[in-house]
Ligand binder design. Structure first.
Ligand code: HEM
Length: 198
């Protein structure tokens, strides 16, 4: 066990091996082996999309549910630099690239499902997924063009005066809270599409 769980890379590789075993066992038990066709490719894209979406929204919720409310309670104050210097930059790296991966896989999925334009133009049977996609696109815009630039100033990753840092803090917080607010309805719209008549 230690050989796997002492390394994140080996843990992830073990997860993939486990998945392959499950797929082979289910194939053997049902007599239906996976056929690599368009339907399977679309399904695999949906899986990649949900993986990256979980990484993104998981980190958004970590920031909102755990890091932001806990920061003011950390004593002595100097120890807060463990968060600002080490944890937060790492969180923000995975956070923004997970957001990008979710957008790319989500748009590819809509395209592979054959409804990308109908969804983006909010047409009747695709209005739910369309609204979800627009909400998630606004959220991704917030991540890359508001939260990340302001956090770079707050965390001292770019040059900023004390006044600029003070101004950046509430903007970054409100944009992050805005995304948390949007995440509730956005996820409802994402999972609702399967139940819409086509
Ligand atoms: C711009 C960003 C996004 C786009 C373009 C997008 C697009 C899509 C599309 C086209 C589907 C397939 C819907 C269907 O036909 O059933 C889908 C499903 C889904 N998406 Fe997104 N999405 C985005 C962001 C997100 C985010 C941030 C999450 C967060 C976890 C997420 C989670 C899901 C889930 C859970 C499903 C349902 C999968 C299923 O029912 O099997 N999406 N998305």
């Amino acid at each position: 066990m230690g050989a796997i769980f002492t390394s994140l890379e080996r843990t992830l590789a073990a997860g993939v091996v486990l998945l392959i075993i499950i797929v082979l066992l289910v194939g053997a038990a049902t007599g239906q082996m996976t056929k690599i066709d368009h339907a399977w490719a679309t399904f695999a894209m949906r899986w990649l999309h949900v993986l990256s979406g979980v990484m993104w929204i998981g980190l958004l919720w970590y920031l909102n549910f755990v890091q932001v409310p806990t920061m003011p309670k950390i004593q002595p104050v100097e120890t807060r630099t463990a968060i600002t210097k080490f944890i937060a930059p790492n969180v923000l790296f995975w956070f923004r690239y997970a957001a990008l991966a979710t957008v790319v896989t989500g748009l590819l999925l809509a395209w592979m499902n054959g409804y990308i334009l109908q969804a983006l133009t909010l047409q009747k049977n695709f209005i739910m997924i369309g609204i979800g996609m627009w909400m998630a696109l606004v959220m991704a815009f917030n991540v890359w063009f508001i939260i990340w630039p302001k956090q770079q100033q707050i965390l001292g990753l770019v040059e900023a005066t004390a006044e600029q840092k003070a101004k950046a803090a509430p903007i970054a917080l409100y944009a992050s809270r805005f995304n948390t607010m949007f995440s509730i309805g956005m996820l409802y719209c994402m999972v609702a599409q399967q139940n819409m008549p086509v």
